[in-house]
Structure formats: structure tokens, C-alpha cells
Write a protein that binds this ligand. Structure first.
Ligand code: C2E
Ligand code: CA
Ligand code: CA
Ligand code: CA
Length: 275
């Protein structure tokens, strides 16, 4: 017992320090990173199953850290959320998306990820409108991807804000659908234009029988509610074909295109990929 206790102590403590130090270091670097232009939005196409046209690009944040190289949003978004820096970072994302939209008229629409903390911030809608108006970008060219965590805490307020955003012309997408809590009741109560099937379900197609049933049900339900259903994380032709046969509206994933900088994206996707 003595031995294992000591081992645990030795293994545990340095690990803890590293994690905490790493997070703190990232937090300190975040502000400077925004100021120094270390962030970039990569774009990933979302493709219409029938027309094979790109309906939107999802903007995915990348951080070119001077010492660490490219840092994944999976690592820095939680740090930005915990420290409140997600507000400044989120506003940068909106500004940058608007800049791209005004620069590139061939890009029909951009879908940006909005953190629950950013969404719930008192100034969110005002700041969003201000940035978009200043950029002279039509609101319908922006889609806001939110997750169910936005809806859990403050139902009524979230509903009010979503309705206002919708009235202003923004498109609203529910991201990671199927991973949250009472998904079914949310769907009809909130003004979503789009639901995105979480890529966990897509990955399990052909692996787990339940995944097919779940994906079928989501597509059916979304369709009945008049929403556009998007599958994310589509990597194989088999997945794409299953989704197309099931009536899924749009596909997103490495099969259709990886996230890339604006100047590298091809503005059309070969039709045979979808057909
Ligand atoms: P998400 O919104 O669910 O984004 C989809 C993630 O799946 C992205 O990871 C994307 O690169 C990845 N992906 C796309 N196609 C495939 C595929 O075929 N296979 C696999 N395995 N993965 C695929 P990424 O870019 O690392 O972003 C991770 C998460 O970080 C996002 O998940 C989102 O929650 C968050 N995030 C990214 N950018 C932003 C941002 O600007 N603001 C906020 N608040 N969160 C962001
Ligand atoms: Ca997303
Ligand atoms: Ca997602
Ligand atoms: Ca996801």
C-alpha cells in the first residue's frame, strides 16, 4: 500500500501541475494571441445531397501558437470559456466571418459556432448586430450554431433571444444533435432552421444497428418539422449513400472536404462524390 501510494503521488502530482500550468499558460496567451493575429478560421463545406452545391461553410477556429504550433479548439475553447475570454474570441470569430463574407461573394453563407457562455452574455445580440451591420453583411449569410447547453439553464431567455435573432434574419442551427438531454421537446419549441446530427452517430453507421435507427429518426423528425438536416463527420461513401437514401438534406465531413483556409477552398465540390 505504501508503495502504490507513493507511486500514485509521484505520477499524479507532476501530471496535475502540467495540466494546470498548461491551461494557465494558454489563458495568458489567449489575449495576446487575438491581438497578434494568431487565430484563423478554417472553412469546411456543407454540401446539398441533391444539387451537390455548397450551401454553407462551417467556420472552425484554429490557433497558430508561436511555441505550440496549431492548438486545437478542443484544447483552448474550454480554457477561453472558463476564463471569460471566449467573449473576445467569439467576437473576433464574428468579425472575421463577416470580413470573409464581404470579401468573397461566392461564399453563400458561413456557419459559426457560438459558445453557450457567449450566447448567454447580456451583450451578445447587440454586439453581433453591430459587427454585422458595420461589415455591411446580410444577416441571412450567417448561421449561428448553438448546442443544447444553451437551452438548459435559461429556457425563456434563450427562446426570446433565438426568436429575435431569427427575426433579424440569421439562420440558427442546433449542433451535435442527439448528444444532449431532452432533444425532442427542444426541437419543436425553438426556431431552428437546421439540425446537425452529431458525428458520433454517423461514425457508428454500419457498426451499430442502433445508429441507423437513430439517424433515420432524426432525419424523419427534422424533415417533418421543416428543418434542414445535416450529417457531420461523413468520411466514407457508404455513410454518404446511407444518409442520402435516408433523406438527409446536407452532408459535411472529410469525404466532402476538410476544413481549410479561405484561399485554399474549392468553391464547388465534385458532383460524383454525392451522387
Ligand atoms: P463541432 O462544432 O462539432 O465541429 C465539428 C468538428 O468535427 C471539427 O473539429 C471538424 O474539424 C471535425 N470534423 C469535420 N469533418 C470531420 C470528419 O469527417 N471526421 C472527423 N473525425 N472529424 C471531422 P474541430 O475543428 O477540431 O473543432 C472542434 C470543436 O471545437 C467544434 O466541434 C466546436 O465545438 C469547437 N469550435 C471550433 N471552432 C469554434 C469557434 O469558432 N467557436 C466556438 N465557440 N467553438 C468552436
Ligand atoms: Ca459546429
Ligand atoms: Ca457538431
Ligand atoms: Ca461534435
Amino acid at each position: 500500500a505504501k508503495n502504490s501510494g507513493r507511486n500514485t503521488f509521484q505520477i499524479f502530482k507532476p501530471g496535475m501541475n502540467t495540466l494546470i500550468e498548461k491551461r494557465r499558460a494558454l489563458e495568458v496567451d489567449l489575449d495576446a494571441g487575438i491581438a497578434k493575429g494568431e487565430f484563423e478560421l478554417f472553412l469546411q463545406p456543407r454540401v446539398d445531397v441533391v444539387s451537390a452545391e455548397v450551401t454553407s461553410y462551417e467556420a472552425l477556429l484554429r490557433w497558430h501558437h508561436p511555441d505550440r504550433g496549431i492548438v486545437s479548439p478542443v484544447d483552448f475553447i474550454p480554457v477561453a470559456e472558463a476564463s471569460g475570454k471566449i467573449i473576445a474570441l467569439g467576437e473576433w470569430v464574428i468579425r472575421e466571418a463577416c470580413r470573409m463574407l464581404s470579401l468573397e461573394e461566392n461564399v453563400r453563407r458561413l456557419s459559426i459556432n457560438v459558445s453557450a457562455i457567449q450566447f448567454r452574455h447580456t451583450d451578445f445580440r447587440r454586439r453581433l448586430d453591430e459587427i454585422v451591420r458595420r461589415a455591411g453583411v446580410e444577416t441571412k449569410r450567417l448561421e449561428l450554431e448553438i448546442t443544447e447547453s444553451v437551452l438548459i439553464d435559461d429556457d425563456k431567455r434563450a427562446l426570446k433571444i433565438l426568436n429575435e435573432l431569427k427575426t433579424s434574419g440569421y439562420a440558427i442551427a442546433l449542433d451535435d444533435f442527439g448528444t444532449g438531454y431532452s432533444s425532442l421537446s427542444y426541437l419543436s419549441r425553438y426556431p431552428f432552421d437546421t439540425i446537425k446530427i452529431d458525428r458520433g452517430f454517423v461514425a457508428n453507421l454500419g457498426e451499430e444497428a442502433s445508429a441507423e435507427a437513430i439517424v433515420h429518426s432524426i432525419i424523419d423528425l427534422g424533415g417533418r418539422l421543416g428543418m434542414t438536416v445535416v450529417a457531420e463527420g461523413v468520411e466514407t461513401l457508404e455513410q454518404a449513400q446511407f444518409l442520402a437514401r435516408s433523406g438527409c438534406d446536407e452532408l459535411q465531413g472529410y469525404l466532402l472536404g476538410r476544413p481549410q483556409p479561405l484561399d485554399k477552398i474549392a468553391l464547388t465540390v465534385p458532383a460524383e462524390v454525392v451522387a
